[in-house]
Design a protein. Structure first.
Length: 271
């Protein structure tokens, strides 16, 4: 099962059509990824679901944001415009890593449009003031891409996203191939957004049922960080916390069945 490729305004996205009246799931990829990375999930999701994965601004065929240092709210505004064009009023929303910063910012601002939110392998952000000195981690991302080029950048970073990479070469290759598609200026803009991100602040403001899932062996966004995000959610919006054994940061590639189960739980919320 595969996605169909589309463009709506300034956003390129992938879609698997569902049934009329069925749930609509929108998925937001991480900083070193893209919409196509969600393909392994399709065979594990109900066939009546309409599944949409966007390429964030500056990724794939999506036009970068104008700001040199965009904030999570800027990406959330782009997401709102995108969903408006598709005439989607209420969706199930799932973010992975950097996509959690976008998803939480969107859900905090537009709670009436999100049925339920999944934060997977959540990036908390570095809390750097916009326009200030970049965090070391964000600067290293930009420097590595500019110095090594996309292929070298991906070869350096991809194995770290997979638990026991030496035993999972196909998953590493899949992650590496997706990461090698990042480009300028989209990736540096996303890295700056990561630097200024403050997921905990948005988590505290959320008034949308929200679940958190993380790989037990994630060294990029460790389980302790995911627990912090989950603990910041307020009652009654705090949903399930799921720790997936045998998985690293590339959670939905390494454990698609467990990830799909977390997505399926989103549709249990009615309203």
């Amino acid at each position: 099962m595969t996605f169909e490729q589309h463009i709506s305004g300034n956003i390129e996205y992938l879609e698997r059509p569902g049934s009329i009246g069925g749930p609509v799931l929108v998925m937001l990829h991480g900083i070193g990824s893209n919409a196509a990375s969600f393909t392994p999930l399709l065979d594990h999701l109900p066939r009546d679901w309409r599944v949409i994965a966007w390429n964030a601004p500056g990724y794939g065929g999506s036009i970068p944001l104008d700001a040199e240092w965009p904030l999570a709210l800027d990406y959330a505004a782009a997401l709102k415009d995108f969903l408006d064009r598709l005439e989607l009023k209420r969706v199930l929303l799932a973010g992975h890593s950097l996509g959690c910063l976008i998803g939480a910012a969107y859900a905090a601002a537009h709670r009436e449009r999100v049925v339920r939110l999944l934060l997977s392998s959540p990036a908390l952000g570095h809390g750097v003031p916009c326009g200030g000195a970049l965090s070391a981690a964000a600067q290293a991302r930009i420097d590595d891409l500019q110095t090594l080029g996309p292929d070298g950048f991906a070869a350096l970073r991809a194995p770290r996203l997979v638990f026991e990479p030496e035993s999972n070469p196909e998953i590493v290759r899949y992650v590496r191939d997706g990461m090698a598609r990042v480009s300028l200026p989209g990736y540096p803009k996303a890295a700056r957004m990561l630097a200024s991100g403050r997921l905990i602040d948005d988590a505290e403001r959320l008034q949308v049922p929200t679940d958190v899932i993380v790989g037990a062996h994630d060294v990029v966004t460790p389980p302790d960080s995911a627990r912090r995000a989950h603990a910041a959610l307020r009652h009654p919006w705090r949903g399930a916390f799921t720790l997936v054994p045998g998985a690293g940061h590339a959670l939905y590639q390494q454990a698609p069945v467990a990830f799909a189960a977390a997505l399926a739980a989103l549709a249990e919320t009615v309203g």
